[in-house]
Design a protein around this ligand. Sequence first.
Ligand SMILES: C[S@@+](CC[C@H](N)C(=O)[O-])C[C@H]1O[C@@H](n2cnc3c(N)ncnc32)[C@H](O)[C@@H]1O
Length: 223
Amino acid sequence: MKKIRIVIVEASIEKVPKDLHKHPAIQNDAKRRRRSPDKILLYLPIHYTALLSKGINTTKRGRPDILHRLLLLIQDHPLNKMGLIETYFHTTNDEIYWVNPETRPPIHFYGFEGLMIQLIEKGRIPPEKEPTLIKRLDLTLEELVREGDREVYALEKEGIEIWKTDIKKIFGNTLLIGGFQEGEYRRDIADLIDYRLSLTKETLKASTAACMALTMLYQSIRI
Ligand SMILES: C[S@@+](CC[C@H](N)C(=O)[O-])C[C@H]1O[C@@H](n2cnc3c(N)ncnc32)[C@H](O)[C@@H]1O
């Protein structure tokens, strides 16, 4: 059985921008956690007023917890343990990262934040030791999703009902999941999609959608 290449797209993993370091919401968070503002991820639930003060788009930025939940779920899924998943994530500023199938992200968000800061700064974690758990890759999203003539499937509310498709076809191909809280795939990313698969008529949390789809894929090869 061929592997599914899962690519989480438009994940918001970024350090607090320098021009927000002096904002009270950032200062308070940094002081409370005894961290420098330069060592904190932009995080909407805590930094809401700071994001608003600069008119930052809150539908696509400031939610690193979405990527955290997705990675916890995907890395722990039986399909990953069977060696049938390759996990990658793409960020809102177009960086691409590979995740080792053996990587088990920290369950505490602040532990995950520490790793992501190191990843942004050094390009890989751990920076020097082996094995590499996560590393930045020097390629475009298009090169990643299409490599070896893969077809590109995407989970999306406005798609064909997943129950009506032969989902086994996703094995050997790419599956996109939006790592953002609201809105549609960015135009250039939407243009890469061949098949849109809908799980329900309502918008789901990205981690719920991923869990449902992976479980269907798991069952498709068990029966
Ligand atoms: C919070 S949603 C983004 C909202 C987006 N407007 C939507 O309707 O899918 C984040 C991601 O979860 C997945 N998702 C959410 N609801 C879904 C659904 N009903 N069917 C399939 N995938 C869904 C998609 O990959 C989406 O990009």
